[in-house]
Design a protein around this ligand. Structure first.
Ligand SMILES: [Zn+2]
Length: 362
């Protein structure tokens, strides 16, 4: 009897120990479509901000974003990243310091990038277009949703109307509010009803992408009502403004998205159900070109550097190391396992997946 009791005690001890290792109970994964590491780590690009073909009012834009040093420029562009994540979390991908993050997929455009982020591997032959085709692969969202204690506690929000297919909403059962879909769950708030009306009334500049403010507020209302354990929020504007060659709108959108993330973090850290128990992971689906300079508008396998991306992490389990300053190579396929690992889950898939980012954990 005594032996059995000791055995049970030891089991409980091991169990409690492994649970108390991680403080994160919730993860929020965020992506900014095609935001270059060059702007994230260096702020506004002097070659582009002074080019009248990309900027309507150079003086006004420079007042907002032009500063004498790269450090000051990046803090003006993305203050939450540089005043909060850099102080309390980690940022990977500043290639001028030797920290590199790359796609492993060979396409360097959105669907393959998001699929790699969410599935943890690339599938170049089957995932080779942005067409609205249900992803044959399962994502970490679907994996987490299947685990005990997580079912029904995963949700996704996106500005681009292809996300229901990337996440395979049909098979996975994960609610995906994306494109121009209104909020349609059973407990709609007054804000959501108002957003649904505005979304019908405000024309989007694009046929397949809505303005990010809708995505942000739909996500926040849902988080506040349901407290999902895993939420994915995919912002889209930066890529569309870049394709159109509007460097002013691209920068302003990056600045606004930074503010959305700051407000989200403020909400997280001031609500008892998620305070000090939530990790944010922020990344991008692909990079863009730099040389020749007009390639900043584009990406895809023919654009040099469009596979260069970045990852940022902040949360209770992440050492406050700031910007990675050593030579290290990370890949897009490591995000999925990192998300799962923060939730105390070992991510597996039918294909081998990239391993979680070890340095993001204490
Ligand atoms: Zn694009």
């Amino acid at each position: 009897m005594k032996i059995v009791l000791i055995f049970i005690f030891q089991l409980q001890f091991i169990c409690c120990f492994s649970q108390s290792e991680l403080q994160s109970e919730n993860v929020i994964l965020i992506t900014l479509d095609g935001l270059r590491w060059q702007e994230l780590f260096g702020g506004a690009d002097g070659n582009l901000i002074n080019d009248k073909s990309y900027v309507k009012d150079t003086t006004a834009l420079k007042q907002l974003f032009w500063k004498p040093t790269a450090e000051a420029r990046r803090a003006a562009l993305m203050p939450f990243f540089w005043n909060t994540i850099a102080q309390q979390g980690q940022l990977y991908g500043n290639r001028s310091l030797g920290s590199q993050v790359n796609c492993t997929n060979q396409h360097w455009f959105s669907y393959p990038g998001y699929s790699e982020i969410l599935c943890g591997f690339s599938d170049d032959h089957r995932i080779d277009s942005n067409d609205k085709i249900n992803n044959p692969n399962t994502t970490v969202l679907e994996f987490v949703n299947r685990q005990q204690g997580f079912n029904g506690s995963v949700a996704a929000f996106g500005s681009w109307d292809v996300f229901p297919f990337i996440i395979n909403e049909e098979r996975s059962g994960i609610p995906v509010n994306a494109g121009f879909k209104p909020a349609d769950h059973p407990r709609l708030s007054e804000h959501e009803k108002f957003l649904n009306m505005l979304q019908r009334q405000i024309p989007s500049p694009w046929a397949t992408v809505r303005l990010d403010a809708f995505t942000y507020h739909y996500a926040m209302e849902y988080i506040d009502e349901y407290h999902p354990r895993l939420t994915y929020i995919a912002f889209g504007e930066t890529d569309d403004f870049a394709h159109e060659g509007h460097y002013d709108a691209y920068l302003k959108s990056a600045r606004q998205t930074d503010e959305f993330i700051a407000q989200l973090w403020d909400y997280v850290q001031s609500n008892p159900h998620c305070q000090d128990k939530t990790t944010l992971i922020v990344t991008t689906d692909h990079g863009r070109g730099t040389v020749p300079k007009e390639t900043w508008q584009h990406h895809g396998s023919k654009i040099n550097g469009a596979d260069q991306i970045w990852i940022a992490v902040i949360g209770p389990d992440t050492p406050a190391l700031g910007e990675a300053r050593h030579h290290e190579q990370l890949y897009q396929n490591q995000v999925a396992a990192t998300v799962a690992n923060f939730l105390g889950l070992e991510y597996t898939n039918q294909n081998p997946v990239g391993e979680f980012v070890k340095s993001a954990f204490k």
